[in-house]
Write a protein that binds this ligand. Structure first.
Ligand code: SAM
Length: 234
C-alpha cells in the first residue's frame, strides 16, 4: 500500500513512522509512505497556504489551491488519485472496521489540516472522506494521520507475523481484549489466574471470552450493547 500525506510538517512523520512495526513494514516494501510539504504547492512565491476565514470567523484557514495542486500532481504521477481522507474532528470517528476496510485499498491520500482547517470546497471537489480520531480538537492533522497510518498498516497482509495477532485484539470482534499476564506467576502477591496455566485450551478460551465480555461491559457499555445485539441475531 502507498500512503501520500500532505502536511505543513513533513518532518514530524519520520520518527513516528520509521520504527517498530510500521518502520519494518516500510523497509520490507509492504508499505510506502510519502510526505509532501504543502507549501511546495503554493501558487504564492513565498509559499503562503492560508488566509482569513470568510464571514469574520477567528483564525486562519488553509486555502484549497495548494492542496489541489498537490493532489493533481499526485494524480498525474500515479495515473489516478487514490481515496482522499481529510483528518478532521468533524469526521466520523475512526474505528477498527473502517481501518480494516481502508487497508484493503491500494493507496490513500491523507490531508492534514491546521489553524481552523481547510476550505470546504477542496473537500467537495475531491470527495474527501472526513475521519476523526476522537471527540477532541488537536492543533493539526499530523498526529491523526500517523494514527490512521499505524492502524491501517498493521492490518496489511504480512505486516504482523500472523493475522490472529490483530484478530484477537480489542475491537476486532466488537469486544475489548481480556486481561493478559506473563511471568512471574506471582508478582507482589498477585497470582496470575490459574486457568491460564492449566494448559486446558477450552477452559482458557472460555475464560478469555468471559473476561472480554466483562471488561467491555465495564469500560465500554456502548460496545457491549452493540455486541450483545449482534450476537443474539447471529
Ligand atoms: N476548526 C476546526 C473545527 O472546529 O472542527 C478545528 C481545526 S483543528 C484546530 C486543526 C486541524 O487539526 C484540523 O483541520 C484537523 O486536520 C486536525 N484535527 C484536530 N482534531 C482532530 C481530530 N479529533 N481528528 C482528526 N483530525 C483532527
Amino acid at each position: 500500500m502507498r500512503i501520500d500525506i500532505f502536511t505543513l510538517f513533513p518532518e514530524l512523520f519520520a520518527p513516528a513512522l520509521g520504527s517498530s512495526i510500521v518502520g519494518r513494514a516500510r523497509r520490507r516494501g509492504l508499505l510506502q509512505v510519502c510526505c509532501h510539504q504543502l507549501r511546495d504547492f503554493s501558487p504564492d512565491r513565498r509559499g503562503r497556504v492560508d488566509d482569513r476565514v470568510f464571514g469574520g470567523g477567528k483564525g486562519m484557514l488553509l486555502m484549497a489551491e495548494p492542496f489541489a495542486r498537490g493532489l493533481d500532481a499526485l494524480a498525474g504521477h500515479l495515473g489516478a488519485l487514490p481515496h482522499v481522507i481529510y483528518l478532521s474532528p468533524r469526521g466520523r470517528v475512526l474505528n477498527q472496521a473502517r481501518a480494516r476496510d481502508l487497508a484493503a485499498l491500494p493507496g490513500l491520500v491523507l490531508l492534514c489540516g491546521h489553524y481552523e482547517g481547510v476550505d470546504q470546497r477542496l473537500l467537495d471537489e475531491y470527495g474527501a472522506e472526513e475521519l476523526s480520531i476522537g471527540d477532541y480538537v488537536l492543533t493539526g492533522g499530523e498526529l491523526p494521520a500517523m494514527i490512521l497510518t499505524d492502524a491501517v498498516s498493521r492490518m496489511l497482509p504480512g505486516v504482523l507475523s500472523d493475522e490472529s495477532c490483530f484478530q484477537e485484539e480489542s475491537h476486532f470482534s466488537g469486544l475489548l481484549e481480556h486481561p493478559q499476564y506473563t511471568r512471574p506467576e506471582v508478582w507482589r502477591g498477585r497470582a496470575a489466574p490459574p486457568v491460564l496455566l492449566s494448559g486446558h485450551h477450552e477452559r482458557i478460551a472460555a475464560w478469555k471470552k468471559q473476561e472480554a465480555l466483562a471488561v467491555t461491559r465495564q469500560n465500554r457499555p456502548d460496545l457491549f450493547v452493540k455486541f450483545a445485539g449482534e450476537d443474539s441475531r447471529s
